[in-house]
Ligand binder design. Structure first.
Ligand code: PAF
Length: 281
């Protein structure tokens, strides 16, 4: 396994791999790998002849008051895990390598970046789209892999790829959960014991929403009210947003019909967690 830090070196290597007629899979990450990332790497390993992962905590997707500095990092651990999964190349640039000054070009996916996480994290998806576009330009993967946990991110990246005619296939793989339903996230690391016990409330509220829908409830406000009630019953939890939107344009839905997406962000103590459920009725 090779570790590459320079963009020019990654570009030369990726070009050589393409010239040899081999397929490239890319798993973009911010490191602190967990089973969710590993499931993406395993799929890439199955599908592609050469697997790149990127490890880069991307400063442009964090707001000034967010957790860029405290975002968990452990490169040696990540390297060991990647090697065990048969990753061929880790691309791990520095912030200066990715954003040399002056840097003036950003990718903005309008509309889809506005609701949900976009509302509570202004500029977040502009940073995500920009870094992912750069990674695609540097590595030129045939397939890139993302997790369904960041469903809005996946929808935005698909839109960017479509709108900017990028020649890459986007694969979105299911959320990987702990036994108690908590969606895996590098940020779970920040939870203390009591917060960790409280954190499955996100998934429990989604399960309750699914149960209500199965029993025939179609009014979004009734489902949201019930989810809110459950989350507010958990002392350490504070709702950031809770919404039922359509699964493509992300517009709020009064009724649960067709392809719907139930999404929520909740602060457990200081840690902001997200989760979601995609349903087709
Ligand atoms: O999902 C993430 O970890 C990040 O948003 C990504 C896609 C690696 C871009 O920095």
């Amino acid at each position: 396994m090779r570790v590459i830090k320079k963009i020019s070196e990654a570009q030369v290597l990726a070009q050589r791999i393409r010239e040899e007629g081999k397929t490239i899979g890319l798993v973009p990450t911010m490191g602190y790998l967990h089973e969710g990332h590993l499931s993406l790497i395993r799929q890439a390993r199955k599908d592609c002849q050469q697997v790149f992962i990127s490890i880069f905590v991307n400063p442009t997707q964090f707001g000034p008051a967010e957790d860029y500095k405290s975002y968990p990092r452990d490169f040696l651990r990540d390297k060991r895990l990647a090697e065990k999964e048969g990753v061929d190349i880790i691309f791990a640039p520095s912030p200066g390598e990715m954003y040399p000054a002056p840097f003036h070009t950003f990718v903005e996916v309008e509309k889809l970046s506005e609701p949900l996480c976009g509302r509570s994290r202004p500029g977040h998806f502009r940073g995500v789209a920009t870094v992912v576009a750069k990674l695609f330009n540097i590595i030129r993967p045939h397939i890139a892999y993302f997790g369904q946990k960041d469903a809005q991110q996946a929808i935005i990246i698909k839109r960017m790829v479509h709108d900017l005619d990028m020649d890459v296939e986007i694969e979105v793989l299911p959320i990987v959960r702990e036994k108690d339903g908590l969606a895996l996230s590098s940020r779970n690391q920040h939870l203390n014991e009591a917060e960790r016990r409280a954190a499955p409330i996100l998934y429990k509220s989604l399960q309750e929403a699914e149960r209500m829908i199965k029993l025939g409830e179609r009014q979004s406000r009734n489902i949201i009210r019930r989810m809110e009630e459950m989350i507010k019953g958990e002392n350490l939890a504070k709702i950031d947003y809770l919404a039922i939107v359509d699964g493509e344009a992300l517009k709020e839905r009064e009724r649960v019909e067709g392809k719907v997406f139930i999404a929520l962000a909740v602060r457990i103590g200081k840690t902001r967690l997200i989760d979601n459920l995609m349903l087709e009725i």
